[in-house]
Design a protein around this ligand. Structure first.
Ligand code: PBG
Length: 326
């Protein structure tokens, strides 16, 4: 009888030698919430151990990331005031723009800063674009997204991540960037973003729940996977440098399909609800938090993602460091 499988499992050395999925801290991105104001570090109720920071205290979160081996961060802005056009999103003195300049000054190129390009955190109605009546007007929103992208580029972002799901926004942003000489600025596009209940805690963190209706007009129906390939193909054709699938854990099949149909790097966003589920299950004593973090991170890479955006990025990086995964 062949006992090959058992021979390959007999100790840690051969298990790690024969491993099919490798993880690296270089592939991890930690999302951070930056809030207008000073001396703010407000806990987010639905996301234990996650905070809203004002720019002057954001360094604490960055330092903790660096300590754990995470150097890439995704910034979400929480403005002082919101209006119908989300004007704080593209103002030179918007919350993200100021934070970018400040972090650049303190950390130089030691950290890699990606910014969210969307309007829902900045509009008083909470939708991801400009409203005409009760619906988001796709084409009018494109010019606003381009303004946001340009202002982030000028303030020192390393990469831009449009999360709004308007049609044609990658091309619009690419043209706006190239027109101002930002030809080297990469775009990581939320190409495949489902209308998902897993965003609930984020909307509390970013105070961005829509005031009426929902996002199903522009985000995807979770019954569909061929549609994901259409969305990914469109964003690739428009010039996206990295594609993203979001959420991650309930969408591993989608990650696999997109992986098999593109040669671009592929990111997966393990969203707020995935974080909160693990935290809640662990707090109840029902499940082991550390092992859940490890197993879910590995499963996302195993399904084909090259990059993982996760609120657990520090914990995952430490687990890699310890040799528990990767
Ligand atoms: C903005 C945006 C959202 C998330 C990232 N960018 C919320 C949404 O689409 O409602 C969710 C991230 C998370 O849940 O962690 N459009």
């Amino acid at each position: 009888m062949i006992k090959r499988a058992r021979r390959l499992r007999q100790d840690a050395a051969i298990r790690s030698l024969a491993r099919e999925t490798r993880l690296s801290s270089d592939s991890l991105i930690l999302p951070l919430f930056v809030k207008e104001g000073e001396n703010i570090k407000t806990p987010i109720d639905a996301m234990p151990e996650q905070f809203q920071f004002s720019a002057d205290r954001l360094g604490q979160a960055i330092d903790e990331g660096l300590e754990a081996g995470v150097k890439k961060f995704l910034l979400f802005g929480l403005p002082e005031k919101k209006d119908a056009f989300g004007s704080d999103a593209y103002g030179e003195n918007g919350v993200v723009q100021k934070a970018l300049r400040r972090l650049r000054e303190s950390y130089g190129k030691e950290i890699y800063l990606i910014t969210d390009i969307c309007m829902c955190e900045y509009t008083d109605h909470g939708h991801c674009g400009i409203l005409h009546g009760d619906t988001v007007n796709n084409d009018e929103t494109l010019s606003y997204l381009s303004l946001i992208a340009l202002s982030h580029a000028r303030a020192g972002a390393d990469m831009l991540a449009p999360s709004d799901m308007m049609d044609g926004r990658v091309l619009a942003i690419r043209q706006a960037l190239d027109g101002e000489g930002f030809n080297d600025m990469p775009i990581m596009s939320y190409a495949v973003k489902y209308a998902s209940a897993f965003y609930g805690p984020f909307r509390q963190a970013a105070d961005s729940a829509p005031a009426f209706g929902d996002r199903r007009g522009y985000q995807m129906d979770f019954h569909n996977v061929r549609e994901a390939l259409k969305e990914a193909g469109a964003d690739e054709a428009e010039g996206a440098d990295i594609l993203m699938v979001k959420p991650a854990l309930s969408y591993l099949d989608v990650i696999l399909s997109v992986r098999e149909n593109t040669n671009l790097p592929l990111a997966a966003y393990s969203v707020s609800g995935e974080y909160s589920m693990i935290k809640a299950a662990a707090a109840s004593g029902f499940l082991d938090e550390y092992r859940l973090i490890c197993e879910s991170a590995v499963s996302i890479f195993r399904s084909g993602a090259d990059i993982l955006i996760s609120y657990f990025a520090k914990e995952i990086s430490e687990a890699i460091r310890r040799g528990d995964i990767g």
